[in-house]
Ligand binder design. Sequence first.
Ligand SMILES: Cc1ncc(COP(=O)(O)O)c(C=O)c1O
Length: 312
Amino acid sequence: MSDRPEMYEGVDEVWLDGEFVDFEDANVHVLTHALHYGTGVFEGVRCYETADGPAIFRWDEHLQRLYDSAKPYDIEIPFDPEELTEATVELIDREGLASCYIRPIAFYGYGPLGLNPANSPVQVAVAVWPWGAYLGEEALEEGVDVAISSWRKYASSQIPTNAKTTGAYVNSVLASLEAKGNGYTEAIVLNKEGQVAEGPGENLFLVRDGEIFTPGLAESNLDGITRRTVIQLARDMGYTVYDQATISRGELYTADELFFSGTAAEVTPIRSVDDNVVGEGTKGPVTDEIQTQFFDLVEGDLAGYDDWFTDV
Ligand SMILES: Cc1ncc(COP(=O)(O)O)c(C=O)c1O
């Protein structure tokens, strides 16, 4: 295949259903159940370069979320966590990557079509590739311009919001397309009630008067692992963090600082919302402190968080 996206250049293999296969052979049938009905669950994880070599950040929590995401869909992942860990560590090692993004996915494969997936086999893959700053290096320093999406986040009474389900990501795709189409870098999605939920692939934090707020999990946002990390880091740094907040659209406009958290986005400042400048219109001091601490942490330079790393 000559049209391989640049981001995958140099990647030799993918782990698929128990085997390491050539990148070009990591394929599925067009009648794959998940392709038609979105019946897959996935994770996004990062492996960072540390002084002790590559280390996967909070792998156990990501793996736990993968198995949890699978539950509502009766997706029985035919590998245990130890097997997926071994496969992933070996894949990173075989690729010789110092740091990378990791995409595990489990999905109903090629079987009889129809909404009942019971007779479709569950397939599992893990792919890795080098991936820099998701919203761009400049975004980490200068912040991003975001817009409130006209698409609302689905409620957990419609689709489980604590699961990372492939099909449900059409909601995020719509929000991203709209934001980018209107000249913004990213969207913020409100929930059914009109309160702030999250970004299409990020959780959101607000800073006001030196205190930190993030929407509670009942606001239809994902239980982000970076969100959990930021909450703990900020508390360890002495900040007061309200992690069950309800945040209105108007509060975004008057916040001192806003930032996104996510495995892909890491800690990215938000400098404007709907063309309203947030704070000074650049990375604020609290965001800066948390972002610095976050990168020190994931690069293995902070003592006391060893449990969060899986060495490759
Ligand atoms: C919708 C959504 N919210 C939040 C996040 C952030 O979650 P995490 O920090 O676990 O990557 C993600 C990314 O996985 C996401 O897709």
